[in-house]
Design a protein around this ligand. Sequence first.
Ligand SMILES: [Zn+2]
Length: 385
Amino acid sequence: MQFHATYDEIITGKTTDIYFQRAEEILKSEKKNPEVVVEVWAKHLPENYKWAIFTGLEEALQLLSGKNIDVWAFPEGSVFYAKEPVLTVKGKYLTFASLETSLLGYLCEASGISTKAARCKVVAKDKTILSFGARRMHPCITPIIDRYAYLGGIDGVSSTLSGEKLNIIPQGTIPHSVILILDDTKKAAIAFDRSIPKEVPRIILVDTFRDEKVEALRVAKALRGKLNAVRIDTPASRRGDLSLIAREIREELDLNNFNDVGIFASGGLDEKDIAGLNPWVNGYGIGTSLSNAPTINFSLDIVEIENKPVAKKGKTAGMKWVFGCERCGKRKIAFSKDTIQKCECGNSMAILTKKVIEKGKLAGTPETIDNIRNRVLTEVKYLNV
Ligand SMILES: [Zn+2]
């Protein structure tokens, strides 16, 4: 039994909200099907984020291609700000009206996850972040969560299927169950080292039975020279301040000349926790806050009908173009794409939106995962959360 929508059901508009089918019925019987321009934009970003990351474009273009429409969009992986149109469609309204629900669904969830991933990465700087979110959502969307977390700049994923799809090696440690069954952290560490291929990093959980600092030292001594890191996943009821626990472990490991043993932290962490942990911690497993990242509330609004600017209350009429300054990062929204926009810094600004569908045909070739991910990492380099 499968409850999820199939790809065919999505691209034929079956996952639409019923009110778009009503719109079709009404407009067809009124013989109205004007050419419109619609813009996808977010009036506000979640939790007062200053910026967000635009992803989901490749999937959205699969949905929109083959229809007689033109589409402009930011390149996937671009930084965007509230009120900027990230994707614009021009064409006969009924050609694409019923796809609005799925189009927004693709962009809202993907961009929400990538934005959270990028925020975590900005705070963690050069420290490693792995997506541990697979278990928090329906398994059908595990590769989706991991794809958009990875595009957002995190370094790896835990799920084997996501690893295959992204062409990266999935990463993880060992579950608490092994330590419980072997009845001792040190025994489990030795067993891990005996059974698991050498190329897999030795990262051992140290929060199962005893104090984390004590266990970290026991494990470091038992796997001397081979231990890559200890992992703390301390339950909230025993935690207090996890950054203080991490600091104690770091100091104790250093005092005992285990300076090259890292600390890996997990357990309900987000970018705020990373800020406190980062001086002591070398890597993070981030689960729920990626899989359940606040969605970007994109909406799709008509801004022109038959070349005349028109919009509902609260939205500015007329097709808009977003310009950006490569030198200082400033942005400007303009109604004409042909007027040269000068930045306050003196540099000329360039249009950030690109034509991605021309009369139903995809313009250009799909970007690689690495290209999109590198765009995110480059664009967020000078941003903070
Ligand atoms: Zn500038």
